[in-house]
Design a protein around this ligand. Structure first.
Ligand SMILES: *[C@@H]1O[C@H](CO)[C@@H](O)[C@H](O)[C@H]1NC(C)=O
Ligand SMILES: *[C@@H]1O[C@H](CO)[C@@H](O)[C@H](O)[C@H]1NC(C)=O
Ligand SMILES: *[C@@H]1O[C@H](CO)[C@@H](O)[C@H](O)[C@H]1NC(C)=O
Length: 210
C-alpha cells in the first residue's frame, strides 16, 4: 500500500514501479470532512489529493487497465489540511454524520472508480467513542452493499486505543491494518519485533501490514 497525492506535488500513478503479481494498493491522500480552511462539514467529505490524480487516470484505460494487480482507495482524513490539524470531533448528530459521509464518499467512489477506503484519522480527543461507532457503521454499509471491496485502518502507537475499539466492534469489515512502525523511533531490529508482536496480538496477525 502506498499513499499518493498528499503533499501537493503534481504526482502521477506511473511514477511508481509496479511489479506484476504483487497486490498494489494506491491510497489517495486524502478525502477530508472539512472545507479548505479545516472547518468540519458534518460528514461531507471532499477530495484534497493532487489534482493530477484525476478520475480518468484511475479508470479502466489508465493505471488499473495497465496493471490488473492495482487497486485504488481513498484515505480518510489524514493529519492536517494546510496548517490546520484535523481532529476527530463528536458529530452533532451521528446518524446525520453517517448519512452525509455515506453519500459524499459513495459519489467519490463512483467518480474515481475506487476499490476501497483507508481510515487515517490521526488525532483524537477524550471523547473518541463516536469514532468507532461512526466509522464502523460507514464501513459496514459500504461493504454490505459491495460499494467497496477493501477497507483498511492506519494507526500508530499513540492512537491505538480508538482503533482497537473500532476493530473489536467492526473487525469483520476491515481487511488490512497499516501499522505505521516508523513513528515508534525504535532503534533496533529487536525493538521493531517487539512492537510488531504487540500489534499482531491486538489485531489479527494475518491482517497487519508493517
Ligand atoms: C453542521 O450541523 C450543525 C447542527 O445541525 C449545524 O449547526 C452546522 O451549521 C452544520 N455545519 C455545516 C458546515 O454544515
Ligand atoms: C480516548 O478516550 C479515552 C477516555 O475518554 C482516553 O483515556 C484515551 O486516551 C483516548 N484515546 C486517545 C487516542 O486519545
Ligand atoms: C451488514 O450485514 C450484516 C450481515 O448481514 C449485518 O449483521 C449488519 O447489521 C449489516 N450492517 C449494516 C451497517 O448494514
Amino acid at each position: 500500500m502506498e499513499y499518493i497525492g498528499a503533499t501537493g506535488v503534481p504526482v502521477r500513478f506511473d511514477a511508481l514501479p509496479i511489479e506484476e503479481g504483487i497486490d498494489f494498493h494506491f491510497i489517495l491522500g486524502f478525502a477530508i470532512d472539512a472545507d479548505p480552511l479545516g472547518k468540519p462539514q458534518n460528514g461531507t467529505f471532499s477530495p484534497y489529493w493532487a489534482s493530477t490524480l484525476t478520475p480518468k487516470s484511475v479508470a479502466t484505460r489508465a493505471i488499473k487497465a495497465k496493471h490488473p494487480n492495482v487497486k485504488v482507495m481513498a484515505g480518510l482524513s489524514g493529519c492536517s489540511i494546510g496548517k490546520k490539524a484535523l481532529n476527530w470531533y463528536i458529530p452533532a448528530d451521528t446518524q446525520h454524520w453517517i448519512s452525509n459521509a455515506y453519500s459524499s464518499l459513495r459519489s467519490m467512489v463512483e467518480t474515481y472508480h475506487l476499490d476501497g477506503i483507508d481510515i487515517d484519522n490521526k488525532r483524537f480527543g477524550r471523547h473518541n467513542d463516536s469514532f468507532a461507532y461512526c466509522i464502523g457503521e460507514l464501513l459496514s454499509l459500504f461493504k454490505n452493499q459491495s460499494i467497496i471491496f477493501f477497507a483498511s485502518i492506519a494507526l500508530f502507537y499513540s492512537i491505538v486505543i480508538p482503533y482497537i475499539k473500532l476493530y473489536k466492534d467492526s473487525g469483520d469489515v476491515i481487511d488490512y491494518v497499516n501499522h505505521q512502525l516508523y513513528t515508534h523511533r525504535v532503534r533496533t531490529p529487536g525493538g521493531y519485533f517487539e512492537a510488531f508482536k504487540l500489534r499482531t496480538a491486538q489485531f489479527d496477525k494475518s491482517k497487519v501490514l508493517p
